[in-house]
Write a protein of this length. Structure first.
Length: 305
C-alpha cells in the first residue's frame, strides 16, 4: 500500500482516482508519494520511503529536483493542465491595464452612499477613460501550453501577435496560428509590441531576462504582463523604466515588496491557476502520472530523471 501525503490542498477529483493500492496519510514522514502545489520543499527532509513527488501545476521551482533525483525520487509536473485558467487571467490583465476598471470600481465603492451617484458618475467617468486592445500588438515570449493559448485568444480579440520561443520554429508557430509573426530574436519582438507577456519557466537562463536592456528596446507606454514567475523580471530596472514614464503598467501574478512599490503595478496574488477547473485538471493529471509511474515505471512529465 503506497502512502500519499498532500502538502497543499489537492482537488478531491484527483484524489478519488487513487486505487486500492493507495492510502492518504497526514504524516509526511511515512509518505511514498507527495502531492504538492506551491509549498516550498527546498528545506524539507526527504521522507525515507519517498518514491515520487507530483506538482499539481507547471512550475517546479519550489521543488529540489536534483536532490530528489539523487535520492531516487521522480518528480512530475502537469504542464498544460492549468493553461486555460492562466490564459484567461492574462486576458483580464491586458484589459485591466487598458481600461481603468479598478479605478472605476473603487470610485463606485467610495461613492456608494451618494444619493446622486448616477449624476456624479457621469462627471467622474472622464478620469477613467482608457484605450482598446483591438488592433494593438501583443508580444508573446514563450509559445508553450500557455503562450499559445494566449496568442490565439489575443488574435480572436483582434490583436496582432508576435511570438518568440527559442525552442520553437516558424513552422511550429504557424500551427498555433497562420497569422502569428514568429521572430527568432527578442530584439525583433520588443520594438513592435504594445503589450509584452512572458510565458517561460524560471531557470538560471531566464532569471532577470526582462532587464534594463530589454526594457530599453520596448515601445514607450508598453504594458508588461508576468504570469510566469517573478524572478524573470529585474525589479530595479523595471522600477527605473516606470519612473522614467516608459512603462504604462506592470501586471503581475506575483506580489513582492519591490513590485508593491512600483508606480503603476497591478498585482494579483498568484491566482493564475486558481479556478475550480484548473485545480481539478492538475490534480487528476498529477495522480494519473504517479500511479502510472508506480505501476510500470512510466515517466510522463517526469522533470528530474
Ligand atoms: C504553475 O506553475 O502551474 C502556475 O504558476 C500555477 C501555480 O503555481 O499554481
Amino acid at each position: 500500500m503506497y502512502k500519499v501525503h498532500c502538502l497543499n490542498n489537492i482537488s478531491a477529483k484527483g484524489l478519488e482516482l487513487l486505487d486500492e493500492n493507495y492510502q492518504l496519510t497526514d504524516n509526511v514522514e511515512e509518505a511514498d508519494v507527495i502531492l504538492v502545489r506551491s509549498a516550498n520543499m527546498h528545506e524539507m527532509d526527504i521522507p525515507a520511503n519517498l518514491k515520487a513527488v507530483a506538482r499539481a501545476g507547471a512550475g517546479v521551482n519550489n521543488i529540489p529536483l536534483e536532490k530528489l533525483a539523487e535520492a531516487g525520487v521522480a518528480v512530475f509536473n502537469t504542464p498544460g493542465a492549468n493553461a486555460n485558467a492562466v490564459k484567461e487571467l492574462v486576458l483580464a490583465g491586458m484589459l485591466l491595464a487598458s481600461r481603468d476598471i479598478i479605478g472605476g470600481v473603487q470610485w463606485c465603492r467610495d461613492n456608494a452612499a451618494d444619493e446622486n451617484i448616477g449624476k456624479a458618475a457621469e462627471k467622474a467617468k472622464k478620469q477613467f477613460a482608457g484605450t482598446e486592445i483591438t488592433g494593438k500588438t501583443l508580444g508573446v515570449i514563450g509559445l508553450g501550453a500557455i503562450g499559445k493559448l494566449v496568442a490565439r485568444a489575443a488574435e480572436a480579440l483582434g490583436m496582432k501577435v508576435v511570438g518568440y520561443d527559442p525552442y520553437s520554429s516558424a513552422e511550429k508557430a504557424a500551427e498555433i496560428s497562420p497569422n502569428l509573426v514568429y521572430v527568432e530574436d527578442l530584439a525583433d519582438l520588443y520594438p513592435q509590441a504594445d503589450f509584452v507577456t512572458i510565458h517561460v519557466p524560471a531557470t538560471p537562463a531566464t532569471k532577470g531576462m526582462v532587464d534594463a536592456e530589454a526594457l530599453a528596446q520596448m515601445k514607450d507606454d508598453v504594458v508588461l504582463l508576468n504570469f510566469a514567475r517573478d524572478t524573470l523580471v529585474d525589479d530595479a530596472a523595471l522600477t527605473a523604466a516606470m519612473e522614467a514614464g516608459r512603462v504604462r503598467a506592470y501586471v503581475t501574478d506575483f506580489a513582492n515588496p519591490a513590485v508593491m512599490q512600483m508606480p503603476r503595478a497591478i498585482v494579483i496574488p498568484h491566482l493564475g491557476a486558481s479556478t475550480e477547473e484548473a485545480e481539478d485538471n492538475c490534480a487528476i493529471m498529477a495522480v494519473q502520472e504517479v500511479m502510472a509511474y508506480l505501476a510500470d515505471g512510466t515517466k510522463t512529465h517526469c522533470v528530474n530523471m
